[in-house]
Ligand binder design. Structure first.
Ligand code: TXA
Ligand code: MG
Length: 330
């Protein structure tokens, strides 16, 4: 299949919405990462998305709507907690989990009786969803287990040839996936961390927990390998340059090409290919996935250094921990 990449605008949105209405798949930009969109009402089409990504069928998809006024498309029971959180942080990088609406295909939620709902910040993404007239189920537009794509070319690298169209909205502003928060209980429970932090939600509703016990598999996605480069990866948290240099030297001694990713200050480290992630937590989130994809093409091992504490940076910490498969240097 030929895959066309078209700048996202009124005319490409019109074409894309026709593809969706005919049961097809379109990749589209959001402020977090690119999504692989399909009508959330059509089970057969949703199954194709799982196939294209190589995604395990028990990992549910997020349903995207064009505005809070459309929430009834996805649930009959938006809890007061979910509405409060959406009203504060949406459109934006947050997904609320509530009871699944009857019209949402069972394939979307992998048989769960709950559904994740999100309203993207990117205006063109909402225009696209509105044009489709149906809610859009969309996982990140990468091959399963790979870093998520934050520009149209990266979507093409992973999914090109498998879908008819990619809407190009440039680089994603946020760069990591939305915060997923279960709003069915009394206290909101973060199932996946993101730019909107535990503290942000606590400040709004007084309490918020981060799920750590996934034995009940509340969010099936967390049990799979995720966001990983094709080469080895090592993470280092809050250490000075001399610690980093010593780790690098060990790896170089093993004849490994080392790619170092982190803050500007690390440019003085010797014997590495250095890729900067910027200086702030926001910079790191925005640049992280592309740095992994660039790093794997030129190194045997990627060393990622996070200089800040985890407080208010739990999204990037979560992704780095997963990418390196727990290979953290203490
Ligand atoms: O920012 C994002 O959320 C991006 C963009 C495209 O919107 N989407 C995204 O989708 O990251 P995906 O499929 O890569 O990740 C969805 C996550 C998974 O961890 C999944 O398990 C969880 O959301 N999830 C979805 N529905 C759920 C539900 N009903 N209950 C618990 N977790 C759910
Ligand atoms: Mg994903």
């Amino acid at each position: 299949m030929d895959t066309t990449i078209e700048k996202i605008n009124e005319s490409s949105i019109a074409k894309a919405s026709e593809i969706i209405k005919n049961g097809g798949i379109v990749a589209f930009p959001t402020e977090t990462v690119y999504g692989l969109g399909v009508s959330a009402y059509r089970g057969e089409s949703v199954s194709k998305v799982f196939e294209v990504k190589g995604r395990p069928s028990d990992n549910p998809l997020i349903v995207h709507i064009g505005g809070i006024e459309d929430i009834g498309q996805a649930t009959e029971n938006p809890t007061p907690l979910a509405l409060k959180i959406l009203n504060k942080f949406s459109p934006g990088p947050i997904t609320v989990v509530v009871d699944k609406g009857v019209k949402i295909a069972n394939e979307v939620t992998a048989g769960l009786d709950s559904v994740g709902i999100r309203i993207p910040m990117l205006l063109e993404a909402r225009q696209f969803i509105k044009a489709c007239g149906e809610p859009i189920a969309a996982p990140s537009a990468n091959t399963s287990s790979r870093p998520s794509p934050t520009n149209a070319m990266t979507v093409f690298d992973d999914i090109g040839g498998k879908i008819p169209m990619i809407l190009d909205g440039g680089s994603c502003e946020v760069g990591i996936e939305s915060t997923v928060v279960d709003c069915r209980g009394e206290i909101p429970m973060i199932l996946r961390s993101g730019k909107i932090t535990q503290e942000d939600i606590k400040n709004l509703v007084g309490a918020c927990e981060i799920a750590t016990d996934f034995s009940k598999v509340r969010s099936p996605g967390v049990k799979y390998k995720h966001y990983s480069p094709s080469c080895e990866m090592l993470a280092i948290f809050q250490k000075d340059n001399s610690f980093v240099q010593a780790k690098v030297d060990e790896l170089v001694k093993q004849n490994k090409n080392v790619v170092l990713i982190g803050e500007e200050k690390l440019s003085s480290i010797d014997n590495v290919i250095f890729i900067t992630l910027g200086n702030t937590v926001d910079d790191f989130m925005k640049n992280y996935y592309e740095a992994l994809r660039e790093g794997e093409t030129c190194g045997d091992v990627i060393v990622c250094v996070l200089p800040f504490s985890e407080h208010n940076a739990e999204g990037i910490y979560n992704r780095v921990r997963k990418s390196c498969g727990g290979n953290i240097s203490l």
